[in-house]
Design a protein around this ligand. Structure first.
Ligand code: SF4
Ligand code: FE
Length: 487
């Protein structure tokens, strides 16, 4: 396994092409806007080095028998699935941000099982290739950007019917030694902190769309790839000299990027689906299922920090004993643990796939994510309620530190007796960061749209919910004989 520092150094060796605000960024690793997001990924390496987290953060590879980082693991039991969620809650607690490495882990498990079943049905040889790829990933302890979401253009049109054929990533040429692909993947979590991109299709497909049914892996600095860094609310605060208090969370963050594939060559050994459109839907459903489980861990961990921050804000405002405050904190914990319960439930009810790895219960994973589209919003609302309006009206860090103005800011923004004004401002800025600032990407809007927008889960719930069986149950209890219906 790599150490935290080895990971950071390994990123420096990549020749990434990253654009931000119209400029090519020479050194993403040390860029003040990107660095906090890299720190979050680095934490996945740092915690794996620690004895106390060994059981949660590492696992034994079924492919090599070696101890590996759990983020590179193919789950071998429901216990592994449960530990995955626990690891994500722990990581969320320690970073209060999106730590990005889960998308790769979820892609590994979805592609591993899908390629196996595809080979069984079609006589292809993708699974063997994918196993070799997984050994490479595990042995080198890589961070991989599991990439599913295409830009999608006109949502009413299939991939092959789009006005611009590049709105879904597709195969433009098949050569004896590999394929050439063109298109883009949008909202790519952690793309700039990743060694590799691992691509999957984004929707179920018909025969007309077969050029779009493609899965492959390539280094993140492969010829023809470039990335455009996504803006976040309040992001340029990180560029202010000496920025600290105003960032809310100066150490950690997350990021998304638009990843463009401008005629990229992929050698055959890294191609895991090439026009087998019948299996695109299976891969999508499985990746989405795993990532919907993931949110029952990561969002809960960030929620733990937000609830703690709200409780501290109440202390620092001098109202920890107010009964309505206590009740709001209880409600926040109830909502947060409900999300966790769903994450654990879909893991415990997981099943062994024909390939040998374990998959979550898809119905419960979709219920988990559907709750995530709502409950973090309510938790955030209650945190803002408890924090008070000062969270969004207080003066800047520069004013607080100013020789002339500073003493006034300190005096008038003082809260509870015995609590420093600075600590009060710090906790309010943390709440601001998670609910409205850079971390809100991961905690709020991503809760809505990440791993699929709410309607995508509702479709899965309707498919998996088995309404017909429920009707039968009701008929038996009510002693219904449907042959009587016409009489
Ligand atoms: Fe992991 Fe959560 Fe970020 Fe997805 S949103 S990559 S599950 S931390
Ligand atoms: Fe996500």
């Amino acid at each position: 396994m790599m150490t935290k520092n080895e990971y950071i150094e390994s990123l420096r060796k990549l020749k990434l092409k990253v654009y931000f605000k119209g400029e090519l960024i020479e050194n993403p690793v040390d860029h003040p806007m990107i660095r906090p997001s890299m720190n979050s990924v680095a934490k996945t390496y740092e915690l794996a080095e620690k004895e106390e987290y060994r059981d949660i953060m590492t696992a034994i590879s079924n492919l090599t028998g070696k101890r590996i980082n759990r983020f590179c693991h193919l789950h071998q039991s429901t216990d592994d699935l449960v530990k995955k969620v626990k690891m994500q809650r722990l990581m969320g607690q320690q970073t209060a941000a999106c730590f990005q490495r889960c998308v790769g882990m979820d892609a590994f498990n979805a592609i591993y099982s899908t390629t196996y079943e595809m080979d069984q049905a079609l006589g292809t040889e993708y699974h063997k290739r994918f196993v070799e790829y997984m050994k490479y990933v595990q042995d080198n302890d890589l961070t991989v950007d599991g990439a599913m979401t295409d830009p999608k253009g006109d949502r009413g049109l299939a991939p092959s019917k789009q006005e611009d054929p590049d709105m879904y990533l597709h195969i433009v040429e098949v050569r004896p030694d590999g394929i050439v692909v063109r298109g883009a993947k949008a909202h790519q979590t952690g793309a700039i902190n990743s060694h590799e991109h691992l691509i999957m299709p984004t929707v179920a497909m018909k025969e007309d769309d077969k050029d779009y049914a493609v899965s492959f892996a390539c280094p993140s600095d492969a010829e023809g790839i470039f990335m455009v860094y996504g803006r976040q609310s309040c992001d340029t605060r990180k560029l202010e000299p000496g920025a600290d208090i105003d960032l809310g969370n100066s150490q950690f963050g997350g990021h998304e990027a638009l990843v463009v594939f401008d005629n990229v060559f992929i050698p055959n050994e890294r191609v895991f689906m090439c026009k087998e459109y019948q299996f695109a839907g299976m891969m999508v459903e499985r990746f989405a299922g795993y990532h919907r489980q993931s949110y029952g861990g990561c969002k809960v961990g960030v929620g733990d920090v937000l609830i703690g921050a709200a409780a501290l804000a109440a202390d620092y405002n001098g109202v920890p004993k107010a009964s309505h405050i206590k009740d709001k904190l209880i409600e926040m914990m109830h909502l947060n643990e409900t999300l966790y319960a769903c994450g654990i439930a879909c893991s415990s009810e997981g099943e062994k796939m024909p390939a040998g790895n374990y998959q979550i219960n898809l119905l419960l994973a979709n219920v988990c994510k559907q709750n995530v589209t709502r409950m973090p919003y309510e938790i955030a609302r209650l945190a803002e309620d408890i924090a008070g309006g000062l969270m969004v009206t207080m003066p800047s860090e520069q004013d607080f530190k100013d020789e002339k103005i500073g003493p006034y800011v300190k005096k008038y923004l003082k809260g509870a007796v015995g609590v420093s004004t600075e600590n009060r401002l710090r906790i309010l800025r943390l709440i601001e960061n998670i609910t409205l600032g850079t971390a809100a990407v991961g905690y709020r809007t991503e809760s809505m749209h990440g791993a699929g927008s709410p309607q995508a889960q509702r479709i899965m719930i309707s498919r998996q919910g088995n309404l017909a069986a429920k009707k039968e149950l009701a008929k038996v209890i009510a002693k219904i004989d449907e042959s009587q219906n016409r009489q």
